[in-house]
Design a protein around this ligand. Structure first.
Ligand SMILES: Cc1cc2nc3c(=O)[nH]c(=O)nc-3n(C[C@H](O)[C@H](O)[C@H](O)COP(=O)(O)O)c2cc1C
Length: 184
């Protein structure tokens, strides 16, 4: 077998990322945050008039396994923030990739988001939407100030899930996950 000298090709060194210092341009900050892909959830609870309220949230994240804690943050000026701060039963719905319309509906402020929707109180009382990929029924564990948002930490008391693929949000748009072996 002939030995062939392989020419060492230096790996392309990526350009160092240009540093931007605070205070950032709000639009650029959101744009750069958008480079981090997330799942999409809808958080729901009841307001003080007994009406269902909810909003689309991608700031959902895990906190602790034991006890089972998760978190999400809501803008202080969102209409439903006060209802969640009141500490009643709440639910977090992880959306399936076919639910982008529902996500857009709960991302629109004002108007009746719940008209013509199937929902019912769950075992712990929070308003549950049909067909989500997974649903966590929770009680409020803690809440913390987070700048122009409030950080809600919730303890999961009940969960349900079904087969399916999640809805993904990245760079301001909805995406689907690529097939597992696509990145192999
Ligand atoms: C994909 C997506 C993710 C969002 N994530 C959040 C979030 O994590 N926190 C938040 O306060 N608003 C988030 N929003 C915006 C709210 O859904 C929107 O402001 C909503 O109208 C608030 O409802 P309300 O004002 O009726 O309470 C998101 C919107 C979209 C489309």
């Amino acid at each position: 077998m002939h030995a062939v000298a392989l020419k060492q090709v230096p790996a392309a060194v990526p350009e160092p990322l240009a540093a931007h210092h605070a205070p950032f341009d709000g639009r650029m900050f959101r744009q750069v945050l958008g480079l981090f892909p997330t799942g999409v959830t809808i958080v729901t609870t009841w307001d003080d008039q007994g009406r269902p309220v909810g909003a689309t949230v991608s700031s959902f994240n895990t906190v602790s396994l034991d006890p089972p804690l998760v978190l999400f943050s809501l803008a202080r000026n969102s209409a439903c923030c006060e209802a969640f701060a009141a500490g009643g039963a709440l639910a977090i719905h992880v959306l399936g990739h076919e639910q982008s319309e529902l996500s857009s509906r709960f991302a629109r402020g004002g108007g009746d988001k719940w008209v013509d929707l199937n929902y019912a109180p769950g075992e712990l009382g929070a308003p549950l939407l049909d067909d989500s990929l997974a649903c966590f029924e929770c009680s409020l564990f803690a809440q913390y100030p987070g700048g122009d948002h409030v950080i809600f930490v919730a303890e999961v008391d009940n969960l349900r899930f079904r087969d399916g693929e999640p809805l993904v949000f990245c760079a301001g748009g909805y995406r689907k996950l690529a097939a597992k072996d696509a990145c192999a």
